[in-house]
Design a protein around this ligand. Structure first.
Ligand code: PFF
Length: 452
């Protein structure tokens, strides 16, 4: 691989542009919608601690590996894996890892888009003062009414998918690169405002205690798996999203520093979301384990009871939708890049086909909240099943393979050349990627199936 090899899909304009796009991919519904509700379901503090440990010891080293592999391969994850396997002179079947990533991207986006659709419908509700003066009960029935309606869910899911595909069609550094530049800081400011509101509820300390006092009796094998899976989900790891973004990264940019920055920003947003939400949960006698509807049943209470709340509510959900969009485009990008490279499609047709498949799957997810709610497999609805399969199994498995490939298959001179790290830091990364990350994922898997 020479210094001049570039991706055929284009390149980020700068390191900052890459950081924005990758942070945009990482920060999304996972931080604001999912992190608080799974923390609530899994008892709080101990879960948060396990999640933070996973981000540090598994997430960051794997993110470095994914960016590095993407930049070296310079193509869609499937073709990147083929190229890298050839270069390392190992079995070409490693490229199936790319396929699993494409599949995971489709599956995640199908339910991600339905949830983003909830946020879209809340933009309208907030704008028309739908939360004003609402108590916990009214706000809950608002949410229950939404998910009970297949027509509304499919409508909003369709709007979100359309928006996603229109952005992806314009290519990586089109409008979104610019939009993310001010949307991310704006989201951060509104979260701070919500934390401010949470402080006035009288239950702020209780919320903090719930999030940061670790009681390990609350946690079992499945909670640990969920925490680990979420570390992958929230950092967009294990399926090639960050790899494909890495393939558009110019050379001579410090990958390690960039990865730490992205993971740091992502973690701060998730923690802020939790700190804002739990005091509101306790102040209104709600259940922290209320499930996927948690933010939709709590934050509107805050918006409905603060002055100017309709405006803040409106802005918050608009920003949440944008955060979701900057993630959804990265979920579909590996598939689109592959269709362009291998099937000779232009970006336009690649977007139509991949968008259509995801949309259809998403319709099934939307129905799983209402007319198909009694269709279950392993005791899980279609939504729950897709979430479990992707976040808890496919992403960690993908991450495990990425760690094994980067740590054990790639030649030292190649990883060193790509990472350009001082010897000592390289040693730390190598240790984490060769031993700690794979062992941790493997042990958690064994623990869940009951072998240890
Ligand atoms: N990281 C995104 C979030 O936290 O919302 C979701 C996601 C995006 C997961 C891209 C996986 C991915 F490849």
């Amino acid at each position: 691989m020479t210094d001049t090899t570039k991706s055929i899909h284009g390149e980020w304009s700068s390191r900052f542009a890459f950081i924005l796009a990758a942070t945009g991919s990482a920060v999304g519904l996972g931080n604001i919608w999912k992190f608080p509700y799974i923390t609530g379901e899994n008892g709080g503090g101990a879960f948060v601690l396990v999640y933070l440990l996973c981000v540090l010891a598994i997430g960051i080293p794997i993110m470095i590996a994914e960016i590095m592999m993407g930049r070296r391969g310079r193509q869609s994850p499937i073709n990147t894996m083929t190229t890298l396997a050839e270069e390392a002179q190992v079995d070409s079947r490693w490229h199936y890892l790319g396929w699993m990533g494409v599949a995971a991207g489709f599956l995640i986006l199908s339910y991600y888009s339905v949830v983003a659709g909830w946020a879209l419908s809340y933009v309208v509700k907030a704008f028309f003062g739908g939360f004003s003066g609402g108590d916990a009960e009214e706000i809950k029935s608002l949410f229950d009414g939404l998910v009970a309606s297949p027509v509304q869910l499919v409508f909003w899911h369709s709007v979100f998918m359309l928006a996603t595909m229109m952005i992806v069609r314009r290519g990586v550094s089109g409008g979104l690169e610019k939009a993310v530049r001010f949307l991310m800081p704006a989201l951060f400011v509104i979260l701070l405002l919500l934390v401010g509101y949470a402080m006035t509820t009288g239950f702020y300390q209780q919320g903090l205690d719930f999030m940061f006092e670790a009681d390990f009796s609350e946690i079992d094998a499945n909670a640990i798996l969920t925490a680990m899976g979420h570390a992958f989900f929230t950092l967009s790891l294990g399926m090639g999203a960050i790899m494909v973004y890495g393939s558009y990264l110019p050379r001579h940019i410090s990958i390690a520093k960039t990865a730490i920055y992205i993971a740091g920003a992502d973690t701060i947003v998730a923690l802020l979301a939790g700190i804002a939400i739990f005091p509101i949960v306790f102040a209104n006698g709600l259940e922290p384990g209320a499930g996927p509807g948690l933010i939709f049943q709590t934050l509107p209470i805050a918006f409905g009871n603060m002055s100017g709340g309709w405006l803040f509510g409106f802005l918050f959900f608009v920003l949440l939708v944008f955060a979701a969009l900057s993630s959804s485009i990265s979920l579909i990008e590996p598939a689109v890049a592959w269709l362009v490279e291998n099937k000779g499609m232009d970006r336009h047709s690649a977007c139509i086909w991949s968008g259509l498949v995801t949309w259809l799957l998403g319709v099934a997810v939307a129905f799983s909240f209402n007319i198909w709610s009694d269709i279950t497999l392993f005791d899980k609805s279609i939504f729950d099943l897709l979430d479990y399969l992707t976040a808890n199994l496919m992403l960690p498995l993908g991450g495990l393979c990425i760690a094994l490939f980067a740590g054990w298959m790639m030649k030292r001179q190649h990883t060193l050349q790509e990472l350009e790290m001082p010897e000592q830091q390289y040693g730390v990364w190598k240790f984490l990627i060769c031993y700690i990350a794979p062992a941790a994922v493997f042990l958690v898997f064994l623990h869940v199936v009951g072998i240890i």
